[in-house]
Design a protein around this ligand. Structure first.
Ligand SMILES: [Zn+2]
Length: 148
């Protein structure tokens, strides 16, 4: 029996119950490109201005490249000038988990997918209104789904 959790579904407009997803590295490697695996499963970072979504303007939802969980909406996307897709908030706090990352020698807040644990990026306190947050996310951890 897999662990269950509640995540928010943009399509349903409501929280839904889903099973947590745990796969072996072998399974993830089969499903992802080498770059997606390096980012999402190995806490990698894509070089700025190289990802598929930093300058992308489509309307819809950015889902987890690993498990399809809805993560960010185009409504909350803004141009941060950093070369990474940037958002003022996730679609729901249910869909994200946070962790402390000391990899650069100072604390940063890591952002991960709540359902499968994929590394997405980091969140900083220098974003624009309404939240003042800047979710700095790797394109390689996201898959865009157009909506409406
Ligand atoms: Zn996921």
């Amino acid at each position: 029996m897999a662990d269950k959790l509640m995540i928010y579904s943009v399509k349903k407009g409501a929280p839904i119950e889903v099973e947590k997803i745990a796969k072996s590295d072998e399974e993830w490697r089969r499903q992802l490109t080498a770059e997606e695996f390096r980012i999402a499963r190995r806490k990698g970072t894509e070089p700025p201005f190289t990802g598929r979504y930093h300058a992308f303007k489509g309307k819809g939802v950015f889902t987890c490249v690993c498990c399809g969980t809805d993560l960010f909406s185009s409504r909350d996307k803004f141009d941060s000038g950093t070369g990474w897709p940037s958002f003022t908030s996730p679609v729901s706090e249910l869909n994200i988990i946070y962790g402390e990352d000391m990899e650069l020698g100072y604390p940063r807040v890591e952002v991960r997918c709540a359902r499968c644990g994929a590394h997405l990026g980091h969140v900083f306190d220098d974003g624009p209104p309404p939240t003042g947050k800047r979710y700095c996310i790797n394109s390689g951890a996201l898959r865009f789904v157009p909506m409406g």
